[in-house]
Ligand binder design. Structure first.
Ligand code: NDP
Ligand code: AKG
Length: 545
């Protein structure tokens, strides 16, 4: 796959490993080196033009396209192995890139379910571990009648690159059960989830050190409770860390404050980062800042609704919401919290929402500043990308844009915040929940009393000093200090930890876009930051026995 073109000369930057600065990282001074040419694998060469490619092929294509840009600097990075010949270094780079692009393992299962009616269904389900370069692997479980092996492989590979992009030390995996949950009773869904978990446990595909699922499309804390309960009561009964076998659990079952809204909150944080970046705003033709901005949200489930809540809180007018079978619009703005309450009471449908008007099928293509796509994959295709009028697209969903559409959006100077960066808030807070479970104590619990006592003693001491100096004053904490006297709460730690992580990831991606002269193409930049980090791991740990 690698071909060496000795004649050409190009400037590229060396691999940056684990940039940790929470603020914008300046692009490194480029280094002079020879260009190598990396060929996209043959089976993917047409994917860039296909109208509706397979999902896994799509992610593979994005990965290999980014490799084409970054491969010379990976070769350069291996110059540090002075004992290796040039040939060996090239072989090592090619080997690492092959491993990184391949899927480690997949399981496909079929099990029976007796329906309430007495009939039997055969349920098909999957779990894919794309990368085990870090363990455990991490990725949600999706319930949808569209689930198939290709989709789960694609989603698992996205998890690999997503975790690396945000410095979350996990490999990538994903699970899916091929059912339409609306067609099953709650009791039936519980039996499906428990049987699925048992199959994962028997096949060694779940466990705190192995593979840790979480919620995704059509699943939530309820299903995660069933997962952890099944695991603890069966194969995990001797495992002290059994509660860490899944994240996104309700608080009472070992969950963490802030996971429910984490993905949407993270989507908002990425929009916030780029909307305040003058360079990228110039490229897409928007004025920096939230003032006067409008947004349309496609998919108002967990991710879309919380993204809306945070955008609204920061003054962005939500002028349209596209939901399955019910598009609604209001040029004066929709209140997302109010809409969430309405949908909760209205069988999760936005139909008939009184504070907005029904809108046509083309709502997604109406003029707005920010389009949030938060429903599912392959929504922006070659034949509708041209219709998108937003200046920014935030990919709350996984894989909403196919490669041919991605090229059209880039040509139109639309700033796309790519899925692997944009929706990483969920897995980030899942990581915090995982740590909480391994610690067997919630964040702050051991130090709260100490901080309260210590700060109270500080105020007493100031009061006494004033008294000794004959100053008659009552020392009392300000409202702000009073709220911090007991140190950081779990909620506070999760909020600030998430912000640190998302901002850092955005800064790394922005820096990679500049270093590699990618202009507005943040997707390639995001893949590059992930590839660089995973590459260093394989180089240091080794890749084959
Ligand atoms: N939950 C999480 O933590 C994370 C989720 N994601 C991704 O975000 C996306 C959404 O997931 P999540 O919010 O959890 O899922 P939910 O099931 O909570 O919400 C999905 C929403 O999208 C709607 N929808 C489905 N198809 C369409 C369509 N064609 N047009 C408009 N709306 C549609 C659904 O409506 P209806 O209910 O009527 O079908 C539902 O309201 C997925 O791609 C998922 O992989 C990414 C990172 C983390
Ligand atoms: O929270 C997690 O572990 C994974 C969430 C997820 O499935 C995703 O980011 O797509």
């Amino acid at each position: 796959m690698l071909r060496l073109c000795k004649s050409a000369v190009k400037t590229v930057a060396p691999v940056r490993s684990q940039i940790r600065s929470p603020v914008r990282v300046p692009a490194r001074a480029p280094m002079l080196m020879s260009v190598r040419h990396y060929d996209i694998p043959k089976h993917l060469t047409k994917i860039g033009e296909e109208a509706n490619p397979d999902f896994f092929r799509m992610v593979e294509f994005f990965y290999h396209s980014a490799v084409q840009v970054v491969e010379p600097s990976l070769v350069e990075y291996l110059n540090k192995h002075t004992h290796m010949s040039e040939k060996k270094r090239l072989q090592r780079v090619a080997g690492i890139l092959k491993v990184m692009g391949s899927c480690n393992s997949c399981i496909q299962m079929e099990f029976p379910l007796q329906r309430k009616s007495g009939d039997y269904d055969i349920i098909q389900a999957y779990r894919v571990q794309h990368s085990v370069h870090r363990l455990p692997c991490k990725g949600g479980i999706r319930f949808s009648d569209e689930v198939n092996l290709d989709e789960v492989k694609a989603l698992a590979s996205l998890m690999t690159f997503k975790c690396a992009c945000s410095n979350i030390p996990f490999g990538g995996s994903k699970g899916g059960v091929s059912i339409d949950p609306r067609k099953y009773t709650v009791a039936e869904l519980q039996r499906i989830t428990r049987r699925y978990t048992l199959e994962l446990a028997k096949k060694n595909y779940i466990g705190a050190g192995i593979d840790v699922p979480a919620p995704d499309f059509n699943t939530s804390g309820r299903e995660m409770s069933w997962v952890v309960d099944t695991y603890i009561k069966t194969l995990g009964y001797q495992d002290l860390n059994a509660a860490a076998c899944v994240t996104g659990k309700p608080i009472n079952g070992g969950g963490i404050h802030g996971r429910v809204e984490a993905t949407g909150r993270g989507v908002f944080m990425t929009i916030e980062y780029f909307i305040h970046d003058e360079h990228f705003m110039n490229l897409c033709g928007l004025s920096p800042g939230f003032k006067g901005k409008t947004a349309i949200i496609q998919g108002f489930g967990n991710v879309g609704s919380y993204t809306g809540v945070y955008l609204h809180k920061h003054g962005v007018k939500i002028i349209g919401v596209c939901e399955y079978g019910a598009n609604i619009a209001n040029p004066d703005g929709i209140n997302p919290t109010d809409l969430m309450k309405y949908m909760e009471k209205n069988k999760k449908s936005a139909k008939g929402y009184p504070a907005a008007q029904p809108a046509g099928e083309d709502l997604m293509y109406q003029k707005c500043d920010i389009l949030v796509v938060a429903a599912k994959e392959k929504v922006i295709l070659a034949d509708n990308a041209d219709k998108v009028q937003a200046k920014m697209v935030a990919e709350g969903a996984n894989g909403p844009t196919v490669p041919s559409a991605h090229s059209i959006l880039v040509k139109k100077n639309i700033l796309v915040i790519p899925d692997l960066l944009c929706n990483a808030g969920g897995v980030t807070v899942s990581y915090f929940e995982f740590l909480k479970n391994l610690n067997h104590v919630s964040f702050g619990k051991l130090s709260i009393k100490f901080w309260r006592d210590s700060n109270t003693a500080l105020l007493d001491s100031v009061q006494k000093s004033l008294k000794n100096a004959n100053v008659d004053a009552k020392v009392s904490p300000t409202k702000e200090f009073a709220s911090m006297m007991s140190g950081a709460s779990e909620k506070h730690i999760v909020g600030t930890g998430l912000e640190f992580s998302m901002t850092n990831a955005c800064a790394n991606v922005a820096a990679a876009a500049k270093t590699h002269n990618l202009g507005i193409d943040l997707r390639t930049a995001a893949y590059i930051t992930s590839i660089e980090k995973i590459f260093v791991t394989y180089d240091e740990h080794g890749l084959a026995f």
